[in-house]
Design a protein around this ligand. Structure first.
Ligand SMILES: Nc1ncnc2c1ncn2[C@@H]1O[C@H](COP(=O)(O)OP(=O)(O)O)[C@@H](O)[C@H]1O
Ligand SMILES: [Mg+2]
Length: 377
């Protein structure tokens, strides 16, 4: 796990991704169980935003409210106080038919796996694709592939009574993801699994997040899987006690996904870009690039302002979300301007080869880049 610098941490706190990039927005959610004298508050004023494609791990002592929050997100409980938006829709006051519709986009993996005893592993998984209206002829191959991948190739036609606890759990996982939900809610998904199958489940989650932009919320005590988290949320006594973005790539992705230039990139290309980016900081007054030098680096401003200076004259000022340094990479010419930090600046940078690779992978990236360059002239 990478420890983030305070400065970067601060940057992220300041950064508010736009609502359309968030899969889950928990806003002042409270929850109570029981009536009258027995009424007990179990969630207190919770706030949490989860970006599309993020893997969030929720930890915390037993009884701290993790399952309650997860079931609220999944429309399995009614939101009593506060607002909860999931996949762009408000759950507070949502009608039951709308909930049924929304649940098709959600994959549930809960502790009591509720497999149908009379159905085989394959048939249990098929329940999920049938619910979203996929023809059996279309889903059969995918179901088989998933079960094989989870180490159940030889158990596909077994009924739950002939499966071990861990095997049943893996069937439930396959059922939770087979219909390609946009949001997966998993409560202790790896608890009953040995190290090897736990790892396989985790790598499946990562693939779904990276390649299909699936958002995944996992409640777990399993320290072996903490490293997959983009964000770790710790709950104590019904409150979110801490909420930390832990992966450098996730941090950069979050910043980039709010910048128009990067918005057109698929999640996969975006995390690839973020993986390759360096974080560089500059002091106020420092020259970041100099006119006349050959350039091999592209800069995106994460925080702070810069001045563009040509032949000693300040011609422009750029702030967070802007970029510079592209002209000499595209045209293979010396830098046409000096860029200097006005205040302390944090930049995310790409070296020439990586920059060119991204240009090659995304026509819209190149188009957007050329448009901005054209507008600046
Ligand atoms: N259906 C219920 N009725 C009454 N109290 C409940 C119910 N479900 C959970 N609780 C209580 O709510 C609190 C939070 O529970 P839960 O969300 O299951 O915590 P966690 O998943 O973190 O262990 C606990 O005190 C628990 O006893
Ligand atoms: Mg629980």
């Amino acid at each position: 796990m990478i420890q983030l610098s305070t400065e970067l941490d601060e940057l992220i706190h300041r950064w508010q991704p736009s609502a359309d990039q968030l899969s889950v927005i928990v806003d002042r959610v409270q929850h109570f169980f029981g009536e009258g004298d027995a009424r007990k508050q179990v969630l207190f004023d919770n706030e949490l935003s989860i970006r599309a494609g993020e893997i969030v791990i929720m930890t915390g002592p037993s009884g701290s409210g993790k399952t309650t929050l997860l079931t609220l997100m999944g429309t399995l409980r009614t939101v009593q106080e506060g607002s909860l938006r999931v996949l762009g829709r408000e759950l507070r006051g949502m009608s039951p038919p709308k909930m049924v519709e929304l649940r098709k986009d959600i994959g549930f993996i809960f502790q009591a796996h509720n497999l149908f005893e009379s159905l085989t592993a394959h048939q249990n998984v098929r329940m999920a694709t049938q619910l979203v209206g996929v023809a059996d002829s279309e889903s059969d191959g995918e179901i088989k592939r998933l079960l094989e991948r989870l180490g159940l190739g030889h158990r596909i036609h077994y009924k739950p009574k002939s499966l071990s606890g861990g095997q049943k759990q893996r069937v439930a996982i396959a059922r939770g993801v087979v219909h390609r939900p946009r949001l997966i809610l998993a409560d202790e998904p790896t608890a009953a699994l040995d190290a090897e199958s736990g790892r396989e489940v985790v790598s499946l989650f990562q693939e779904l997040a990276r390649e299909h932009n699936c958002t995944i919320v996992i409640v777990t005590h399993d320290n072996r899987i903490l490293d997959v988290a983009d964000r770790i949320v710790n709950m104590v006594d019904g409150r979110i006690h801490s909420n930390v973005l832990v992966q450098r790539t996730a941090v950069i992705c979050q910043v980039l996904s709010d910048i128009p230039l990067f918005r057109s990139l698929t999640p996969r290309v975006l995390s690839h870009v973020a993986d390759r980016m360096r974080i560089r900081t500059f002091a106020a007054g420092e020259a970041i690039i100099r006119q006349g030098e050959m350039g091999d680096e592209f800069f995106v401003i994460g925080k702070g302002d810069v001045e563009i200076v040509i032949d000693g004259n300040v011609v422009n000022r750029l702030g967070a979300g802007s970029f510079f340094g592209e002209v000499s990479l595209i045209k293979e010419q010396p830098r046409n301007a000096t860029v200097q930090a006005v205040a302390p600046v944090i930049c995310f940078t790409l070296m020439k080869e990586d920059f060119q690779e991204v240009m090659g992978q995304s026509a819209s990236f190149e188009e957007e880049l050329r448009r901005v360059i054209f507008d600046r002239q």
